[in-house]
Design a protein around this ligand. Structure first.
Ligand code: 5RP
Length: 236
């Protein structure tokens, strides 16, 4: 399945393959979104088809749902599953406390709901995602389309009142038009450079009317499986 891969894809693949070993027969598994999570879905598909692994998967996006069905995974909704044994997903950044920034792929809302409804969350990532402090990657905020420019102004004003240094906020685009999430919302990316108090920022951002959810995943991740371009894997 892995063929001739670039070092970055190899790192993603080996992390996904190692994380797939945590999946057991009968589990209800949350399936993340993004290029690393796609490797995981392919690995699990292979285990279903070739080893007879029996799982039910709850995808976190339409993209992942389509791939999961294509590779032979039994796909159910979160409400059918009710609760999950394990979620495996990628991340844009993770730090030493296993706090994450997610949402680079625009699926943060379903990803956070699914991860929170799981006994365990494992993140799979290439080593380039490890940071000392979160924030170099822009923090995504999912906002409803109604009045999004006013919501953006409120967010920027709030960041000023919190003395946050980087305050540049951009609407995520899909070519010439605003990006729409699976839930029909937009994404504002906050270019903060460095997040001082992630807990406070997350709470305050989610209080702003129009903000549906933010991409900070705090106290959600139990393990990070880190892949390297030379095929090594470490577990944090
Ligand atoms: C999608 C996500 C992804 O997990 C994150 O963007 C990492 O993606 P990739 O594995 O492609 O680097 O949060 O919303």
């Amino acid at each position: 399945m892995s063929g001739e891969l670039s070092p970055i894809d190899k790192a993603k693949f080996v992390a996904a393959k190692r994380a797939a070993e945590f999946v057991e027969d009968g589990m209800r598994v949350g399936l993340g979104t993004g290029s690393t999570a796609a490797w995981l879905v392919r690995c699990l598909g292979e285990m279903v088809r070739e080893d007879g692994l029996k799982i039910r998967g709850v995808p976190t996006s339409t993209r992942t749902a389509e791939l999961a069905r294509d590779v032979g995974i039994d796909v159910i909704s979160l409400d059918e599953a009710k609760w999950l044994d394990l979620t495996i997903d990628g991340a844009d950044e993770f730090d030493g406390e296993l706090s994450l920034i997610k949402g680079g792929g625009g699926a943060l809302l379903q990803e956070k709901i699914v991860a929170t409804a799981s006994d365990q969350m494992i993140v799979i990532a290439d080593i380039g995602k490890e940071v000392e402090r979160l924030g170099a990657f822009p923090l995504p905020l999912e906002v409803i389309p109604f009045g999004w420019q006013t919501t953006k102004a409120l967010i920027e004003e709030t960041l000023v009142s919190m003395d946050v240094l980087g305050r540049n906020t951009t609407l995520r685009m899909n070519g010439d038009v605003p990006y729409f999430t699976d839930e029909g919302n937009h994404i504002l990316d906050l270019h903060l450079n460095r997040i001082g108090n992630a807990r406070q920022l997350s709470l305050v951002m989610n209080q702003i009317p129009g903000v549906v959810e933010n991409g900070l995943f705090l106290d959600v991740c139990d393990k990070v499986v880190v892949g390297y371009g030379d095929g090594r894997v470490e577990i944090r």
